[in-house]
Design a protein around this ligand. Structure first.
Ligand code: ZN
Ligand code: MN
Length: 497
């Protein structure tokens, strides 16, 4: 019997607010000075009272609306109780039965390249815990706790178990990452833990009433796209092997959800504990916080002000600028700044495909050698647009366009600003204008032919490639000439001789 892989993702996103979710402490990643960004509220001192950070709630609304979620008109806070050293209050303030948003979707790309809607069950807001620091020196067994992160606003986005492959799950996470950066609600720094992913993985055998499911495994804290993909693939293989050996399935006595960790060095998951059921957390409404109401007007207002999401923009790049799905993907996956850069270029250049070639090849290559971000790239979008425009208008050849581009870059490296006006100066200094004056071009062809009796003889003897030597001479005489039309003109002239 063949198995079907079933995966759902829970993603925790740290929101980019100035202060923490329920107190005035600064919200900043700062592992070098542990326990310096705390106060009685986030340390859980008795008598201290939380107050909701309005900005954290606003960023959450923006994200949930962009994820096509329904927004609840009424939402409240609940205490999720568990013991862990990094949780000073003994409970986490979260949302249980009335999350502020539910029932959305986001597209992911399947292995065959088709895009598919992945349903989102809910997105809710909660506080982050601190961080346990374990001594890995081998000298002692000390563990310490850094509470700087305690109370960081966390948006938890829970998908339905809609993924059928590890690649699909990875693609969803990449798309979510891209969307969050477009919205500017998180710095999405995965190495620093701003975006963390848990994957629920199991296998189904058969269909309908005869369906058998393997026990669900939750792999915690996957903090790279690669880790998500690798951990799911690892679990699929591991669970298949166990099922074939033991026939242990969901619903058997003693079978419970299991929580596993991911060891990136060993490229394997490892057992941690049996997974708690919701009832183990003894959720109850937090009496210290007031519920939040959201009006339909507010939702409409945020919706109207949303930036165009990557998926819509990708489609528009295809329909408006004639890009292939592949090119639209390459540009969009570079992030919002590159997409903005491309859009300015194409508006001036008036040729979507050529603009895409320049941006994805020349610009990205040169950018990576110079800066981190395209906003610091010395040839601004408007200037590149002007270069390509001259190519599109056949004022210069594509090759000459690249020459202008590299001259501008060289000059920028020596601190001269790349400007629009400089383009035409370079073109005339280097004699790059396309010789559209047919009289002059014919003259150049004639004298090149006159200087190349051997090549002419070879051509007449049937050696087409002899034309190459004549082309070279013409190009030296008429620098900006377009090689293709030069070639045609030479052949025509030779044939008429
Ligand atoms: Zn605090
Ligand atoms: Mn959570």
């Amino acid at each position: 019997m063949t198995e079907t892989l079933i995966v759902g993702l829970e993603v925790h996103v740290q929101l980019l607010t100035n202060t923490k979710i329920f107190c005035g402490c600064i919200n900043r990643f700062n592992p070098d000075a542990p326990n310096t960004q705390t106060c009685p509220v986030c340390l859980g001192h008795p008598g201290s009272l939380p107050v909701m950070n309005e900005e954290a709630f606003r960023l959450s609304l923006i994200t949930a609306i962009a994820l096509n979620c329904e927004i609840a008109p009424f939402t409240k806070w609940d205490r999720k109780q568990y013991f862990y050293p990094d949780l000073p209050k003994g409970y986490q303030i979260s949302q249980f039965d009335l999350p502020f948003s539910h029932d959305g979707w986001l597209e992911a790309t399947s292995e065959d390249g088709t895009r598919r809607k992945i349903r989102i069950n809910r997105a809710h807001l909660e506080e982050d815990a601190g961080k346990n620091i374990h001594d890995e020196s081998g000298r002692g067994n000390d563990s310490q706790v850094d509470l700087n992160r305690t109370g960081t606003p966390l948006l938890e986005i829970v998908s339905e178990p809609d993924f059928r492959s590890a690649a699909e799950a990875k693609s969803y996470l990449e798309e979510l990452h891209l969307l969050l950066t477009f919205l500017g609600v998180s710095d999405c720094n995965m190495q620093e833990g701003s975006l963390r992913c848990d994957a629920n993985v199991n296998l189904h055998y058969g269909e309908g009433d005869d369906k058998i499911a393997t026990p669900i495994v939750e792999v915690k804290n996957l903090n790279s796209f690669r880790a998500v993909e690798a951990a799911i693939e690892y679990e699929a293989t591991r669970q298949k092997k166990i099922y074939e050996e033991t026939r242990r399935k969901l619903g058997d006595p003693g079978v419970m959800k299991e929580t596993r960790g991911w060891d990136a060095n060993r490229n394997a998951t490892f057992g941690q504990r049996g997974k708690e059921e919701a009832s183990d957390y003894r959720y109850f409404p937090d009496p210290d916080l007031v519920p939040v109401t959201v009006t339909a007007e507010r939702v409409a207002e945020i919706k109207a002000a949303l930036p165009e999401p990557p998926s819509t923009r990708r489609q528009r790049f295809e329909s408006e600028f004639g890009l292939s799905a592949y090119d639209a993907d390459v540009i969009m996956n570079q992030g919002k700044d590159v997409a903005d850069y491309y859009e300015t270029v194409v508006t001036i250049a008036k040729d979507g495909k050529q603009a895409a070639n320049w941006v994805t090849q020349d610009v990205l290559r040169e950018m990576k050698e110079r800066t981190e971000s395209i906003s610091e790239f010395p040839v601004h979008a408007a200037v590149l647009g002007a270069i390509i425009q001259r190519v599109v208008d056949k004022k210069i050849t594509n090759k000459s366009g690249r020459e202008v581009f590299s001259v501008l870059l060289e000059e920028a490296d020596e601190d001269h600003e790349a400007s629009d006006g400089r383009i035409d100066e370079i073109i005339s200094e280097r004699g790059l204008e396309v010789v559209s004056d047919t009289g002059a071009l014919e003259e150049a062809v004639k004298s090149a032919i006159a200087e190349s009796p051997k090549a002419v003889e070879d051509f007449k003897a049937g050696k087409q490639q002899a034309v190459g030597a004549i082309i070279g001479k013409v190009m030296r005489l008429a620098k900006g000439a377009d090689a293709k039309s030069v070639r045609e003109l030479i052949i025509k002239t030779l044939q008429e001789m």
